[in-house]
Design a protein around this ligand. Structure first.
Ligand code: NAD
Length: 732
């Protein structure tokens, strides 16, 4: 069985069908390329064939992309010279796609050749769009659910099978920018207006339209293979083009802060490629692509954001328990979190009961869904009918009796153990024996809260991040007595709402907040030491964090930080390590500078709430130290503060799987995505160097940087986290 087959029809059209064996969507592998080439060779050589249509055997999709494991293998197979192996492999792909594009034309006169159309029944991503871009015309079925685009940049690479070079030559640098630099995906109609596909036709006319075009004796020479080709919008040394490229360079560096090697390499490939003929441009693209693939960042990003994220979503750590999909969910508390949880649950097709103390509060929570859908309708992403459907699924009430029949409860009332216990007891009086009870607490131990239930094995933490509808991670927390069915229920629910789960054990702040808090605290400590606030936040942004620690506290609010600090201090007593941090935040709280919500925090805000510069009072209170630390020291303090907490969480068994630690960190708080996550970052540094740095930081800044035993041991043995733990995790 091969993934590509060909049928030659009597009208002279050869149809090549891509149908990856054993997969629901086509993915390209090394053999697939060779099979495709052999069929194209055959059709081009056969006088009875007038033209070719390349399509998919999968209903509703053309292809999901490249099997990214192939790239890893190309690198491994190349032995001592991985760069050569990768470059040759990539040039091999270019040769096949160029063969499709030239289709047997005379190289000098551009005469002859056979038309080749791509017929896309639906989704076409990555290589699934790069092949069509090499064809002479792209037909897409009018399938509004289909996504068409080049999302490579999202996993730390860029389109390296000609997609970059062809799209820029087809659309110009400005037209191609959002598609390449942001990995923007479009439905077929939008893909047509963007100029990516050529025609959108009703699904049942797709093949006829493509065949008719192939038989119409069309012109098939690509504009860039014609004499006198000019790039739309201008090449770099054209006056208009010059402005574009200068602007693009500034924009990319502004957005990525130079932290993402793929974005920079992509831009270089585009710029340099625009200065030379097409075939040389492909070579340049291949060079930069190889460069990116050799950067450890790209393998780490692919591993965390593609392979492991998908594995977790598919239930890598799900207990072996029958299907626990949720039908009716009760959401307790219709505040900020409850309203968001009701929204995502209703959107996933569940029946939702949304309860608050007063009917107005419950209604207000439900109106969050209405507002969200209205915004979607305005942007053409939702319809009035979809809004109706979602709203009809939500019952907003104060009446606990409505919870009857719920198979999952998610509690999101005030963060107060007594209130939560009362709500738990009252809910359990109404729901059936099988119902799983989940709490969305962000700070209270699950094992303690479970005491309010007579079935602690059916009690679990499902910790969302705010805003619920935007944040892709959900942290599932097992209490001491939480049973496998509760874990499976939580995982199945998270899958239904299409988010990514991690499963951790119960401990103070679970996993994510446990790492975020030291990040914020390290930033605040530096303020107290007289480090310039801009240096602190910019150091973080240049590491790829979406916001620096001081800006983050302003967003989440200083009084919340102070509240958590007081509670932690009360719980830890003399062992509490953060007095230096408290001094700053308690003082800020006393000054009424509570962050964005009070229009005053580490930053000043104007009357409209727009962030201005850092508040001058900060420097007045904590004068700037004469000698400022270097950037790397600031960055290492911020990174190790989080990463060591992740290692301790793993050492203590709070985290059971390093993959969850890495994926969770990127999705929950935007931990330097280019690194692949805390454990991947340690592997990039190498554990011996990481341990050395910790020793130096501990000596200079205190025992919070002390090298954890596990890291010390791994450093001595020269081990990496993925080398030592990944197989065990993958087998789990
Ligand atoms: P919120 O104050 O916005 O909402 C709480 C809601 O619960 C209010 O509408 C309140 O009227 C309602 N409520 C209180 N007691 C109730 C009762 N006895 N019965 C029914 N409803 C009751 O708070 P929030 O920010 O939505 O947080 C809710 C929970 O989610 C807390 O446990 C919090 O720690 C957790 N959490 C919050 C965030 C966040 O970023 N805000 C993130 C993760 C988790």
């Amino acid at each position: 069985m091969t993934d590509f087959t060909m049928e030659k029809h009597a009208d002279g059209v050869a149809i090549i069908t891509w149908d990856t064996v054993g997969k629901s969507m086509n993915v390209m592998n090394a053999q697939g390329f060779l099979d495709l080439e052999a069929l194209v060779d055959d059709a081009l050589a056969d006088d009875a064939v007038k033209g070719i249509v390349i399509t998919s055997g999968k209903e509703g999709s053309f292809a999901g992309g490249m099997d990214l494991k192939v790239i890893a293998k190309m690198k491994d197979d190349a032995g001592d010279d991985p760069a050569r192996g990768l470059f040759d492999g990539v040039m091999g792909m270019h040769a096949i796609l160029r063969k499709i594009e030239r289709a047997g034309m005379d190289p000098k006169t551009n005469k002859g050749g056979k038309p080749i159309a791509a017929a896309l029944p639906g989704t076409a991503l990555g290589i699934g769009l790069e092949i069509p871009l090499a064809c002479h015309r792209i037909f897409a079925a009018d399938n509004p659910k289909a996504k068409i685009g080049l999302p490579e940049i999202m996993v730390g690479i860029f389109p390296g099978a000609g997609g970059t070079t062809r799209l820029v030559r087809k659309l110009g640098a400005i037209g191609a920018a959002p598609l390449l630099l942001e990995g923007k995906l479009n439905d077929p109609k939008r893909a047509k207006s963007a100029g990516v596909v050529d025609e959108v036709v009703p699904a049942d006319e797709l093949m006829d339209a493509a065949r008719a075009w192939v038989l119409s004796e069309p012109t098939i020479v690509k504009p860039w293979d014609e004499k006198g080709y000019k790039m739309p919008g201008g090449a770099p040394y054209h006056p208009a083009g010059f402005m574009n490229f200068v602007g693009a360079s500034a924009m990319v560096n502004g957005k990525t802060q130079g932290a993402f090697p793929a974005a920079k390499a992509l831009l270089s490939a585009v710029y340099e490629g625009a200065l030379v003929p097409f075939d040389t441009a492909l070579k340049i693209e291949a060079r930069w692509f190889t460069h990116v693939l050799l950067n450890p960042s790209s393998s780490a990003m692919i591993r965390s954001l593609f392979i492991n994220k998908e594995a977790l979503e598919k239930g890598a750590n799900r207990p072996d328990v029958p299907d626990q999909r949720v039908k009716k969910v009760g959401v307790m508390g219709a505040g900020m979190m409850g309203a968001g949880i009701a929204l995502v649950s209703a959107m996933a097709g569940m029946e939702v009961v949304l309860i608050d103390q007063k009917q107005e509060a419950a209604d207000k929570g439900k109106s969050y869904t209405a507002d969200y859908m209205d915004k979607g309708i305005k942007r053409g992403k939702a319809t009035a009918a979809k809004k109706e459907e979602a709203l009809n699924r939500i019952t907003a009430t104060t009446d606990y009796a409505a919870l009857k029949g719920c198979d999952l409860i998610i509690e999101a009332v005030f963060e107060d153990p007594a209130v939560k216990a009362e709500v738990t007891r009252n809910v359990l009086k109404v729901v059936g024996d099988d119902c799983i009870f989940a709490t969305n607490t962000s700070t209270l131990p699950i094992t303690e809260l479970a005491k309010a239930s007579d079935k602690p094995e059916q009690f679990i933490g499902i910790h969302f991040f705010s805003p619920v509808e935007k944040m892709m991670l959900v942290e599932i927390i097992k209490g001491e007595q939480t049973g496998p069915r509760a874990v499976a229920k939580a995982l199945d629910y998270v899958r239904q709402i299409r988010k990514t789960p991690i499963v951790v054990n119960d401990a103070r702040f679970f996993y994510c907040n446990r790492c975020i808090i030291p990040y914020i605290n390290e930033g605040i400590r530096m303020v107290a030491e007289g480090v310039a606030p801009a240096l602190i936040d910019n150091a973080a942004r240049q590491l790829g964090f979406p916001v620096g620690p001081l800006q983050l506290v302003d967003e989440t609010s200083i009084d919340l930080g102070a509240k958590i600090a007081r509670a932690t201090k009360a719980a830890m007593g003399d062992a509490y390590p953060d007095a230096a941090v408290d001094e700053v935040i308690f003082w800020m709280e006393g000054e009424g500078r509570l962050g964005r919500k009070s229009n005053a925090g580490f930053f000043d805000y104007d009357e409209k709430g727009k962030r201005q510069g850092y508040w001058e009072g900060l420097v007045a209170k904590y004068p700037r130290a004469e000698e400022q630390p270097d950037l790397i020291t600031v960055q290492h303090r911020l990174m190790f503060a989080q990463v060591l907490e992740a290692v301790r969480a793993f050492e203590e068994g709070v985290l059971e799987d390093i993959r969850e630690g890495d994926v969770g960190a990127i999705l929950a708080w935007g931990f330097a995505p280019w690194s692949g996550g805390p454990f991947s970052w340690l592997d990039i540094l190498g554990t011996p160097y990481a341990a050395e740095r910790c020793d130096a930081l501990a000596e200079a800044f205190g025992p919070r940087f002390a090298t954890p035993d596990l890291l010390r041991e791994m450093a001595k043995k020269g081990q990496s986290f993925y080398g030592r733990f990944a197989d065990a995790a993958a087998a789990a």
